[in-house]
Design a protein around this ligand. Structure first.
Ligand code: FE2
Length: 446
């Protein structure tokens, strides 16, 4: 008797479209077998009815310590990054450990319900008490059974331009962060920005950590710290353990410099994180018309062989008042914002919230659908990744370490149209006739 049997699922990306059964025991995916009319005995059986089975979503960039603070103590009326930092500086003075833990765990529950089982969160360490960091270190332990949380020491107000910034970064590393952050474009001078990257990389090397810097998040074509970060990644050997987040200045780089930059980034092996929801909102605020999009050059970077993932960034905080922690919404908006709308490009957008994000987080064999790996996956009642993004399909089932942690059956709107029989409204149905996966809502039997 095994713990869990998933019957009749179609594995995403598999060359064989035939449904399969998945055998799970003690948190591990034991076997992927042809769908059988005589199922293996199991304590829990999920009938997938041909739904897509995917590795879970990965959230590569979020700020759990600031989430759910929008309007406290005041709203960011200008919608700029800079007023957001000023609002947060005021809210930061009101933090308590319980406040951070409550808000962070609320967002993590939203994310798991959306199919996210791996999260990288930045946490502001420009606070002499490091209260938010200590709170999120506790949260990381409390949620460990359900999801993996990586914490980035993020110097929101600078490393060189904030009093004792470097000391606080070193202390954060000593307390047990996973990743070292930076914010070079916010430092007072170009030289401070370069120095801040050197400090962050040095801390990572000394402690065996990864690096994820907020890098060039500004509509200034002169902001070119990404070349410094990539060069450091190459010269220290950290390579793909380094990530540049946001990189929105790239949206203003001229073609000659972009060409040079593609070569530097490809050689370095670093990852990029594009945050379309938040940077469409914050970007171009100082522009007249034409107004820039404020996003990195996604197609060019993918074309150059650079790994790029989509992140959510903020949720209801001083920098972004909206958000539900849903990666498929991020992929949907990202596809529009970066014009990744050819069928293969939409499918690539799905990879940017799954496989590519997993690579950025260095998950290795802790991620993916294969025998012997942890049984983390979700069922999507969709014909394809394209279909999942078009209809922004919620996962019907989320399984973490072999345990069912979320069930969300589709709830179609019934349409009463004169002259037609009563029917579910059409756009919620898959248009992919090959899959007939409208039935794929799945049943659970215990
Ligand atoms: Fe961010």
């Amino acid at each position: 008797m095994i713990d869990l049997l998933v019957r009749g699922a179609r594995i995403i990306g598999s060359p064989d479209p035939a449904p399969v059964d998945l055998h799970v025991d003690r948190g591990v995916l034991l076997e992927i077998a042809p769908a059988s009319s005589e199922p293996a005995p199991a304590r829990t059986i999920i009938e997938a009815h041909g739904a897509l089975l995917s590795a879970p979503y990965v959230e590569p960039h979020i700020h759990l310590d600031t989430a759910l603070t929008a309007g406290e103590p005041r709203w960011n009326e200008s919608g700029t990054l800079w007023e957001g930092i000023a609002c947060w500086s005021e809210r930061k003075a009101l933090l308590s450990r319980a406040d951070v833990i409550d808000r962070a765990e609320e967002i993590l529950r939203w994310q798991v319900a959306n199919g996210v089982l791996f999260v990288r969160s930045h946490v502001d360490v420009t606070d002499p008490t490091l209260q938010a960091l200590d709170a999120l270190l506790e949260v990381r332990d409390r949620v460990r059974e359900v999801l993996e949380l990586q914490l980035v020491a993020f110097p929101q107000e600078g490393i060189c331009s904030f009093a004792d910034g470097e000391t606080l970064m070193n202390e954060a590393a000593r307390r047990g962060i996973d990743v070292v952050g930076a914010i070079p474009h916010f430092e007072d001078t170009r030289e401070d920005g370069v120095r801040s990257i050197e400090i962050a990389v040095d801390i990572a090397v000394r402690h065996g950590l990864m690096v994820d810097a907020h890098c060039d998040e500004i509509d200034d074509e002169q902001s070119r710290f990404i070349e410094v970060l990539a060069t450091q990644a190459l010269r220290t050997g950290l390579r793909d353990r380094v990530t540049a987040s946001h990189a929105t200045a790239m949206g203003s780089y001229n073609p000659a410099y972009s060409y040079k930059l593609q070569r530097i980034l490809r050689r370095s092996g670093i990852n990029l994180i594009c945050n379309p929801l938040v940077n469409l909102h914050l970007g171009g605020r100082f522009d007249g018309y034409p107004k820039r999009r404020g996003l990195l050059q996604l197609k060019e970077m993918l074309g150059a062989g650079v790994n790029v993932a989509f992140g959510h960034d903020d949720i209801m905080d001083p920098w972004y008042p909206l958000g539900t922690g849903n990666p498929v919404q991020v992929a949907h908006v990202g596809a529009h914002a970066t014009q990744m709308t050819a069928p293969s490009e939409v499918e690539e957008c799905f990879r940017m919230v799954t496989d590519r994000a997993a690579a950025a987080l260095g998950l290795g064999e802790r991620y993916g659908i294969a025998p012997g790996r942890p049984a983390n996956f979700m069922l999507l009642p969709a014909a394809s990744p394209f279909d999942a993004i078009r209809r922004q399909v919620a996962p019907s089932h989320v399984i973490s370490r072999g345990n069912l942690v979320a069930v969300c059956p589709p709830s179609p709107t019934t349409l009463y149209w004169p002259g037609r029989s009563v029917e579910p409204i059409d756009w919620v149905r898959s248009r992919d006739a090959a899959a007939a996966c409208w039935r794929g809502q799945g049943d659970v039997a215990h």
